[in-house]
Design a protein around this ligand. Sequence first.
Ligand code: FES
Length: 107
Amino acid sequence: MDNEITFEVIDREGQVHQIQGPTDMSFSLMEICRASDLPIEGTCGGMALCASCHCYINSDHALPPKGPDEEAMLSEALHVKENSRLTCQIPLTQALDGLSITIAPES
Ligand code: FES
């Protein structure tokens, strides 16, 4: 479908989930993961203030660059790696089709 993508989420037990989400409803990656009952809390509601939506990006998709709020939060978060992102700061777009992410450990 034109307005739906599929991406892969690896949970903290190493289990792989194939997730579908719409690209025309202004959802973030975090919101779709939550709606799919994955253990991504999104405690701050997507404000880049909690890091409970922290994931590692496994694939080399072109993602929107980190904004200052995301940079600041990731500089304080635990378990941060080169490929860390806050999934609440990534809107679901066609460019994310086939993306693979791993949920970061709980901090
Ligand atoms: S939901 Fe809080 S930083 Fe993403």
